[in-house]
Design a protein around this ligand. Sequence first.
Ligand SMILES: NC(=O)c1ccc[n+]([C@@H]2O[C@H](COP(=O)([O-])OP(=O)(O)OC[C@H]3O[C@@H](n4cnc5c(N)ncnc54)[C@H](OP(=O)(O)O)[C@@H]3O)[C@@H](O)[C@H]2O)c1
Length: 245
Amino acid sequence: MGFSISNKVALVTGANRGIGKAIVESFLKHGAKKVYLAVRNTESTKGLEQEYGDRVVSLQLDVSDNASIQRAAAQAGDVDVLVNNAGILMPANSLSEHAEEVLSKELDVNVFGLIRVAKAFAATLEQNQGALVQLNSVASIKNFADLSTYSASKAASYSITQGIREQLAPKGVSVLSVHPGPIDTDMAVQAGFDGEADSTASVSEGIVNALAAGDFHLFPDTVSKQFEAAYQGYAGALIPETLTA
Ligand SMILES: NC(=O)c1ccc[n+]([C@@H]2O[C@H](COP(=O)([O-])OP(=O)(O)OC[C@H]3O[C@@H](n4cnc5c(N)ncnc54)[C@H](OP(=O)(O)O)[C@@H]3O)[C@@H](O)[C@H]2O)c1
């Protein structure tokens, strides 16, 4: 079930910077009709508004605040593709003093945030025969000890993504799980990553192509492709790429 971004209406959470901003730009480049910039602070999208005019619409949305999600969903009933990109990373290992507190915050944004936005937009996506894209990670399939709580949250969001897909794909909604390795954003700096990081465009252009191909998994960059090579046998056996009505 391929999904072309051309002439579609998208909503991207965390659209103001990093990977989210690149997704907005790639979608517009590939002919999206309109992109809702769903952000915590609508002052942060003024630059995108100036650049793209009425092809972008800023919406206040905090994925940890259900009321803001409900307001955005009521305002954006024309969404064809929902990209849940918003995420947080707070470096902590499993034995850190504040591990429980950190994990709790990461679960609230990275996992409950996904559940909240998916629930709010599921009916719209079904009605529009649309797509849901979730930013997961290589940390969804391997725990990195210094980012242990973050990895656990991304494993949980990947699991929830699979569940959402099993429910929505038979109803005609494409679901894409994106698993980047280190990407050149503020988050990579926060993670203490000081090696080579691939560009945000590798992820955003990868999403456009994976949606068109009807894929479920996307490993978009150099590091994540190494994970894909090791993971694809397992995933191929247990998590089939094709799941349609
Ligand atoms: N960069 C990487 O190496 C990498 C690798 C794998 C996966 N990922 C995933 O890719 C996604 C984007 O990461 P990034 O590197 O672009 O991160 P980033 O540069 O830290 O940007 C995070 C984005 O999420 C938004 N956000 C955070 N909490 C939010 C909330 N409660 N409600 C709404 N928006 C919120 C931020 O908004 P504010 O500006 O308001 O803070 C910002 O727009 C995340 O889900 C991340 O886990 C990143």
